[in-house]
Design a protein around this ligand. Sequence first.
Ligand SMILES: [Ca+2]
Ligand SMILES: [Ca+2]
Ligand SMILES: [Ca+2]
Ligand SMILES: [Ca+2]
Length: 499
Amino acid sequence: MRRPLLRLACSLAALATLALGACGPSASGDDDDDGDGGPTPIDADPTRPDAPPTPIDATPVDAVTAYPDAEPFADGGACTDWQCENPLPTNCDIGGEDICDNGADDDCDGDVDEGCGCQAGAVQSCFRGPPGSRGVGACQDGQQTCQGSGEFTFWGPCTGGIAPNEESCDTLDNDCDGCVDDNPECCVVELACPSSMPDGQPFQPYVIDGTMFYSGATTSWSWTVVGGPCDVLLAPSTSYTLAGQNTSQLTFTPTLSGDYTITVTIVTADGQTLTCTFIVHIGGPGLRVELCWDRTGATDIDLHVHRPGTTTPWFTTQLNNSTVNPDDCYYRNCKAGSTSQLPNWGYANSPLAQCSGGPEGAQWTLLGYCRNPRLDLDNIITVGKPENINIDVPANNATYRTMVHYYSGTGAVHPLVNIYCNGTLLGTYGQAPDTLTNFTTSGSFGGGNMWRVVDVTTQVGTTDGDGDGFVDTTGCTLTPLHPPGMTSGYWVTNNDRSY
Ligand SMILES: [Ca+2]
Ligand SMILES: [Ca+2]
Ligand SMILES: [Ca+2]
Ligand SMILES: [Ca+2]
């Protein structure tokens, strides 16, 4: 996770460090500390040494192996400036057609997979840079959502991730050309930004110690976090909490899965401003359904997940009675503190750590386990909070229907549903610009508007390959639901509790 802090000095030892491949000569000025106001006489053109320096004995840059059609370095050694005069090819097909469904901007026009159809609401990984830089150095994929409906669908903008940036002195390959800190000004490296971070889990505090990146004297620290679709919708509220934003140590406690872009800005004692930006992935196991909505404080919207293999009515065992249906997981039966019995769909309980950090944690602790399915965030007209339902190890090849109900309040509400499968966002429904526009009428206990969102079919393996303590959910097939007989549009009914 964390890279060792490097402190490399050029100046007097310019030739020696160049020979070690640590950093190149500066482009101009008196870089040899001999006080004569000029470059070292032995090196007439400091940007282009006459001959490759030897010996080079440093770790080869990952990109050389990760990107097989790159020009191999002459000696297979480390990057220095002279080697980076042959950067990795961009692989741009300028003026060509973008190749569909690869999440790459093949024609390098700034749009990813433009002109390609997709399934409305689906989410895919994408990269905001030339294809040749994808996965190289500090570059990381973001995500894009399929917008539109019916036959008129297209991939929306690619957001998040890390695109190529100006090279800075931080031990990372910021411009993703395959060379670390290949900047003529990079003589002193004091900042060691992380190239990757370990994954976290919802409700578990994630502590980041900034002194692992910068250990010198500072005058200030500042941390910012950018979250996923619900955080965009809930802004300025956030689904996560932060502590220590103005100290060297950030404690970030998420409630939702997703990719969070974290930036730390450090002002050093000598007035330099240094920054690191990186991504922390928060992912719970199994199937995770998340709901948020834009109007809070006066509206209560509820999330429901239906047991596979049955088509019993939502809410109650029959359309016209009041007995809670154990096939429907929702606030009345699926919270630790619910008055109705927790549903038993035949799944093992999860260790308490999976849910004890949430708002229902104390009550789950009394029970001694986390139930599956369970609702561990219940938003009852709380401003800026989401709601979710989890099944840590769902059944193999089983189909779970998700539904959103407008319980109380008045006026149009725009709910958003995210589907995570083994920690990866695979679908988001109701996100702008494809918001749900006809969700206007509330009604307790099964009256009012119901939005049947998506059927999720889970594929579950037999092993715990990712080591999170749960058998892996290896994939999910998402089938967005449309009004009967239609191939597009959101399916919203009024006063209809049927499956
Ligand atoms: Ca393109
Ligand atoms: Ca493409
Ligand atoms: Ca670079
Ligand atoms: Ca760098």
